[in-house]
Design a protein around this ligand. Structure first.
Ligand code: NAD
Ligand code: IPM
Ligand code: MN
Length: 349
């Protein structure tokens, strides 16, 4: 059918609040050129049914053209919901089952946006980089275990899986994106310690680089990346990295470019066999859920990534321009609610 069908999972905490605004802006941009199916999944669904994501529901979601997700997870330390139950059983299950091997996380700093970066750093020019995070492997596979639980001899292991297939898939995607941007790629790893996985990632980057002679590439250890993102973020164009390093550096990237409330993401199924999923980088923010303080901008900007994916780059650009104009209007203005920000951006697209 010509009209894409979106599976919508608002999830927990501020997830449904920001998702509502994202769909509002999507409708303002492309009218009724999409349909939605809603899935009530998350903590409440689990408490009511004992299920996180059933195989039937997963099978149904996997027939959608794309997925729009808010956030899942209870407050860290919740007595009711075991840590990781929803994250692993819902979010990661979707990323893995739908083979979303490339997790795109763009960061843009819009002039005037409050940032913890110094004026000397922001004065050095625009900040605009893209992290290509591997999405289906690494330490997220749940490979490991515990023996002698609860004893002084307890041993807990988490084993990182890195396959030549998965690494090449994300590296090739990252080079392709770099070739269409400023032609620079940085591999982020920690091969001075993680020598097994590190040598695979380096070799794959060197091999794929041969197919992209006009893309320059370099390397930074992940600890050094946290310095560079704060002191010289302009040095980054595209970075490629594994699942956990990508998780950590994209929270930092969000914080330095104006806050986690602005950071969008896309989990891409590169083969097209399964739907891709669009979600903010942030979580369910239980500390502000229900207060109207959640910034829906990250969820809204994720709709631009959705439109890129659906082959509507001009419409994606309308959302990016509206977001940028709205952010520019924030300086010195009173704080707005989640719904007010969504209305304002919807009026600008
Ligand atoms: P979080 O991203 O939910 O919150 C971190 C901080 O950022 C909090 O102070 C929060 O108030 C603030 N924040 C987040 N989004 C915001 C927004 N849109 N506007 C304004 N402020 C915002 O991370 P956390 O507190 O570590 O995790 C809370 C829960 O979310 C946990 O259960 C965690 O597992 C889960 N989580 C889910 C996802 C996801 O669904 N993709 C991502 C991260 C964390
Ligand atoms: C994110 C989140 C998830 C991740 C968690 C909730 C599983 O932090 O999307 O960044 O680590 O990928
Ligand atoms: Mn994260």
């Amino acid at each position: 059918s010509a009209v894409p069908e979106l599976a919508v999972i608002g999830g927990d905490g501020i997830g449904p609040e920001v998702t509502r605004e994202a769909l509002k802006v999507l409708a303002a941009t492309i009218g009724n050129a999409f349909t939605t199916r809603n899935y009530q999944l998350g903590a409440e669904h689990w408490k009511a049914t004992g299920e996180v994501l059933s195989d039937d529901t997963l099978a149904e979601i996997s027939t959608a053209d794309a997925i729009v997700l808010g956030a899942v997870g209870a407050a860290p330390g919740s007595a009711e919901v075991p840590s990781g139950l929803l994250e692993r059983g819902l979010l990661l299950k979707l990323r893995f089952a739908l083979d979303q091997g490339v997790n795109l996380r763009p960061s843009t700093w819009y002039p005037g946006t409050p940032t913890p970066l110094s004026e000397e750093v922001t004065g050095a020019g625009p900040i605009d980089f893209l992290v290509c995070r591997e999405g289906t492997e690494g330490l997220y596979c749940g490979n490991g275990g515990v023996v002698r639980t609860g004893t002084p001899q307890e041993i807990a292991t988490e084993v990182s899986i890195n396959t030549a297939f998965g690494v090449e898939r994300v590296v090739r995607d990252a080079f392709t994106r770099a070739a269409a941007r400023r032609k620079h790629l940085t591999l982020v790893h920690k091969h001075n310690v993680l020598v097994n996985a590190g040598s695979l990632w380096r070799r794959v980057v060197d091999e794929v680089a041969a197919d992209f002679p006009d893309v320059e590439h370099d390397y930074l250890h992940v600890d050094a990346v946290t310095i560079a993102m704060v002191r010289e973020p302009q040095r980054f164009d595209v970075t490629v990295t594994d699942n956990l390093f990508g998780d950590i550096i994209t929270d930092l990237a969000g914080a330095v470019t104006g806050g986690i409330g602005l950071a969008p993401s896309a989990n891409i199924n590169t083969s097209g066999e399964f739907p891709s999923m669009f979600e903010p980088v942030h979580g369910s923010a239980p500390d502000i859920a229900g207060t109207g303080k959640a910034d829906p901008t990250a969820a809204i900007s994720s709709m631009a990534l959705l439109l890129d994916h659906l082959g509507r780059p001009a419409d994606a650009e309308r959302i990016r321009a509206a977001v940028s104009a709205d952010i520019a209007s924030r300086l010195g203005a009173p704080a707005r609610t989640t719904g007010e920000i969504g209305d304002a951006i919807a009026a600008l697209v």
